[in-house]
Design a protein around this ligand. Structure first.
Ligand code: NIG
Ligand code: FE
Length: 403
């Protein structure tokens, strides 16, 4: 007995055991207890009893999308900076004028838990409607020990609520806040000795990310924070090379990091380090375009065999975007990634960047979670090609239809 059967589907499994996107024509997916019980061609399906049947009408069914890099918990907005940028101001110039990440600290610190959770839930609803069933959420807009713990507790509360997508929380050492500039060494020590161990103890995040760049954390500070994270049993990842290559890729390789994100600036040695350690390169084309940064070295990453993921970077500054389909468009046009690379980038490779490969998230495979998107198109290329249409027909999380 199955809970739900989806028939007459063109299923993109993204299963690593199959070639390319692992498409099965005229397929059936059977779901029981929130998991995939069977997937294969309809001709070989031994139909049993099922509580519900959905006819996909021959259209595409994919894994639920995985957004592996978001800063989705924050208050306030920075449309004024968007306008300044449109008028020619640069990111570092805007930051020097009191804008940038620091401008989000005040509203976020001032917001109540209930307000932060309500804002986050609004974004989660938009994400789900765009096909995202799993997302990573970073802290990083409070930048005090107590405040970062509060943000992660709010994320945990939102994740527990009925109807939430799957959420993977990350502690982000985003910046040294303005009031700690004069004693930044003490601030970094607090992160290492207090915040990281507290996050691990309370189980508030599964990984720690550091923004290692000009104007953020130095390579030495990044080394200290990520080494503490490893020692506390947490996975590590890094915002690296968005503006300047500080050499963090080899640190990430030495620590066995899950991902290196942004990578507009990365040299050949850095690419080799990512490849050697099997680290996922997380591409954030929305932020890249908005900040008018150079395109990361996609051809070199591809040639080196570095798996590439694509994420929204949802944040109030460089990419206020909850949707992955538009990132697929930017990846396949501006970044010159292939359609297959782009799809794997928002499914299987994104799950790998979150340390979820063994769970089956990001694929449609027997035993894995029944997180699915039913699309109103047949061709994988149609989603980025028709980038302004919402082609999401239905979203299913753990076997439960959400729309
Ligand atoms: O990933 N690069 C650092 N952090 C964000 C930007 C955050 C902000 O501007 O508020 C990013 O692009
Ligand atoms: Fe980011």
């Amino acid at each position: 007995m199955t809970d739900l059967v989806i028939r007459n589907a063109r299923v993109m499994t993204c299963d690593p055991k199959r070639d390319g996107l692992g498409v099965i024509e005229e397929a059936v997916i059977a779901i029981a207890d929130g998991r995939i019980a069977w997937v294969g061609p309809e001709a070989t399906y031994a139909a049993g009893r099922s509580s519900a049947v959905i006819d996909a009408g021959g259209q595409l069914v994919t894994p639920g999308l995985v957004d592996c890099h978001t800063h989705a918990i924050f208050a306030g907005q920075r449309a004024n900076e968007f306008a300044m940028r449109a008028a020619g101001a640069g990111y570092l110039e805007i930051a020097a004028a009191g804008g940038g990440i620091n401008a989000t600290l005040g509203p976020t610190r001032a917001a109540s838990d209930a307000d932060l959770i309500a804002l986050l839930e609004g974004r989660l609803a938009t994400l789900l409607a765009g096909g995202t069933t799993t997302l990573e959420i970073k802290s990083g807009y409070d930048l005090t020990v107590a405040g970062e713990l509060r943000l992660l507790r709010c994320v945990a509360e939102a994740a527990r609520r009925p109807g939430a997508p799957r959420i993977v929380p990350t502690l982000l050492a985003h910046l040294v806040p303005p009031e700690r500039k004069a004693d930044r060494d003490t601030f970094v020590r607090e992160l290492v000795l207090d915040l990281v161990p507290a996050v691990a103890r309370e189980g508030l995040a599964t990984s720690v990310d550091v923004y290692c760049d000009e104007g953020a954390f130095t390579l030495a500070e990044t080394t200290a924070i990520l080494t503490a994270a490893k020692a506390a049993g947490l996975a590590v990842r890094g915002h690296v090379g968005q503006f300047a290559d500080l050499g963090a890729a080899s640190l990430l390789a030495d620590l066995g990091a899950l991902s290196g994100d942004h990578l507009e600036q990365i040299d050949d040695a850095g690419i080799a380090a990512l490849a050697r350690a099997g680290i996922v390169a997380v591409m954030l084309p929305g932020a890249c375009v908005q900040l008018r940064l150079p395109v990361p070295p996609i051809a070199k990453l591809r040639a080196a065999g570095v798996p590439m993921a694509i994420a929204s970077d949802l944040n109030p500054g460089s990419s206020y975007c909850e949707a992955l389909p538009i990132q697929l468009w930017l990846a396949t046009t501006h970044y010159a990634m292939t359609v297959d690379e782009a799809w794997l980038g928002v499914t299987r490779h994104a799950a790998r960047a979150l340390g979820l490969s063994a769970t089956g998230v990001g694929t449609i495979a027997v035993g894995g979670p029944a997180d699915l998107v039913l699309w109103s198109c047949r061709e994988p290329a149609e989603v980025p090609y028709r980038y302004a249409a919402n082609l999401v027909e239905r979203v299913i999380v753990a076997g439960v239809p959400r729309s």
